[in-house]
Design a protein around this ligand. Structure first.
Ligand code: CTP
Ligand code: C5P
Length: 379
C-alpha cells in the first residue's frame, strides 16, 4: 500500500512537472504604437500558438532610433498592451532585434511576428537571429490597418474610411498618398482596405453571457482611436460591476457631434479595438445615442456610467442619459486621464513633417525589400 502511495505521488508530481514543461511560452515583440486592432489580432494569433504569451514592447528611444518617434509614449504603450485580453505578461524596453538570449531569459519556446518584414535603421532583419535558430513563427498580418494608415487619415482629413468601396476609391484617388509622397504603396503598411467579417468579430468576442447575479454596467461613446483615456475609463467602469457592455455610436452619429472627419476609425474598426480590451464583455455595434428604456431592459443594465468628458445633447437637445438618471442608475466616474482623441490628433499635426517622413521612410524600406524579394524569386 505504502509503495503504491509513493508511486502515485511520484507519478502525479511527474505528471505535474511534465505538464509544466509542456506549457508553450510564446514571445511577441514590437512597437505597438497607437495600439490598434491589427496589433491585437497578431497578439491573439500568437496566444493561440501556445499557452502563455509574453509581449516585449520597445522603448521610445529604440523606436526613435530605428523607425522615427512614436505617437504614443512608452508608458502609454506598455499599459495599452497590458490591457489586451490575450496578453499574459509585458516586458518593457524589449530590444529591437530579437535575440536568443531574450527568448531564453523569459523561457520562451519561439517568437511570433506578422508576415511583414521589420528592419533596423541599417536595414537588418530584426528577426534574423531567431529565424536562423528555427525559433520564429509567422502569423497573418491584418490587412488595411497600420499606424501609418491611421496617421495618414488624420493628416489628410478625409472621410473615406466612413464610406462604401466605390466612394472610397474616388476619394483615395483624389487625395493621393500623403504618407509616402508617391503613389506606390507597400503591400504591408500601404493603405489597403480592412474587410470586417463576422468571423473576426467572433474571434475577438468572449462569446459569454453574463453569469446569474452579475452586475451589468453599460457605457456608450465613440471610443475612437482607442486610447489610454478610454482604457482608464473602462477600468473604472469594470470596478462598478462584473459585465461591461460598450455601446458604440455609428459613424454618422459620431460625425454629427464631433464634426470634421471624425471618427478616424470606422464602426467595425472601433468594435474590434474595444473588444480586445480585457475590461469589456460585450459590444453593441451601433448603439442608439440616447440610452433608452428598451436598451436598459433588454440588457438588464444595473448602472450606466460616463466619464468626465462633456455629455453632448441628442439631436433634439435632450439629455441622452435622461432614462438612467430617472431610474437612479447613472454615475459619473473619473478616469483620471485627460487624454482625448483630439489630443492624439494634435500630437500628430504638430509633428506633421516628422510623421510624414517616418511614413515615407517605412514605406520606401518595404518597397526596397519587396523589389529585392521579387528579383530573388524571378532569378
Ligand atoms: N501587425 C499585424 N497587423 C497589422 C499591424 C501590425 O499583424 N496591421 C503585427 C506586426 O506584424 C507585428 C506586431 O503587430 O508582429 C507588432 O507590430 P509593430 O512592431 O508595432 O509594427 P508595425 O508592423 O510597423 O505596425 P504598424 O504598421 O501599425 O506601425
Ligand atoms: O469621447 P468618447 O465617446 O470616446 O468617450 C467614451 C467614454 O470614455 C466617455 O464616458 C468619456 O467620458 C470617457 N473618457 C474618459 N476619460 C478620457 C476620455 C474618455 O473617462 N480621457
Amino acid at each position: 500500500m505504502a509503495t503504491k502511495r509513493v508511486s502515485d505521488d511520484q507519478s502525479s508530481s511527474e505528471m505535474a512537472s511534465e505538464k509544466k514543461q509542456k506549457q508553450v511560452r510564446v514571445w511577441v515583440d514590437g512597437c505597438f504604437d497607437m495600439v490598434h486592432f491589427g496589433h491585437a489580432n497578431a497578439i491573439r494569433q500568437a496566444k493561440q500558438m501556445g499557452d502563455y504569451l509574453i509581449v516585449g514592447v520597445h522603448s521610445d528611444e529604440e523606436i526613435a532610433k530605428h523607425k522615427g518617434p512614436p505617437v504614443y509614449n512608452e508608458k502609454e504603450r506598455y499599459k495599452m498592451v497590458r490591457a489586451i485580453k490575450w496578453v499574459d505578461e509585458v516586458v518593457e524596453n524589449a530590444p529591437y532585434v530579437t535575440t536568443l538570449e531574450t527568448l531564453e531569459k523569459y523561457n520562451c519556446d519561439f517568437c511570433v511576428h506578422g508576415d511583414d518584414i521589420t528592419v533596423t535603421a541599417d536595414g537588418t532583419d530584426t528577426y534574423h537571429l531567431v529565424k536562423s535558430a528555427g525559433k520564429y513563427k509567422e502569423c497573418k498580418r491584418t490587412a488595411g490597418v497600420s499606424t501609418t494608415d491611421l496617421v495618414g487619415r488624420m493628416l489628410l482629413v478625409t472621410k473615406s474610411h466612413h464610406e462604401r468601396d466605390e466612394e472610397k476609391a474616388v476619394d483615395k484617388n483624389q487625395a493621393g498618398d500623403i504618407g509616402s509622397g508617391s503613389t506606390a504603396t507597400s503591400p504591408w503598411t500601404g493603405v489597403s482596405q480592412f474587410l470586417p467579417t463576422s468571423r473576426k468579430i467572433i474571434q475577438f468576442s468572449s462569446g459569454k453571457d453574463p453569469k446569474p447575479g452579475d452586475r451589468i454596467v453599460y457605457v456608450a461613446g465613440a471610443f475612437d482611436l482607442f486610447h489610454l483615456g478610454h482604457l482608464d475609463f473602462l477600468e473604472k467602469a469594470k470596478a462598478e460591476g462584473d459585465f461591461v457592455i460598450v455601446g458604440l455610436h455609428t459613424d454618422p452619429v459620431v460625425n454629427r457631434y464631433k464634426g470634421s472627419n471624425y471618427p478616424i476609425m470606422n464602426l467595425h474598426e472601433r468594435t474590434l479595438s474595444v473588444l480586445a480590451c480585457k475590461y469589456v464583455s460585450e459590444v453593441v455595434i451601433g448603439a442608439p445615442y440616447a440610452v433608452t428604456a428598451d436598451l436598459m431592459d433588454h440588457f438588464k443594465v444595473d448602472l450606466v456610467v460616463h466619464g468626465q468628458t462633456p455629455i453632448m445633447p441628442d439631436i433634439d437637445g435632450a439629455d441622452p442619459y435622461a432614462e438612467p438618471k430617472r431610474r437612479n442608475k447613472f454615475k459619473l466616474v473619473d478616469s483620471q486621464c485627460g487624454l482625448t482623441t483630439q489630443m492624439i490628433i494634435e500630437r500628430i499635426i504638430s509633428h506633421r513633417l516628422t510623421y510624414e517622413s517616418r511614413n515615407k521612410k517605412k514605406q520606401d524600406k518595404e518597397l526596397k525589400i519587396l523589389a529585392m524579394l521579387e528579383r530573388e524569386n524571378s532569378g
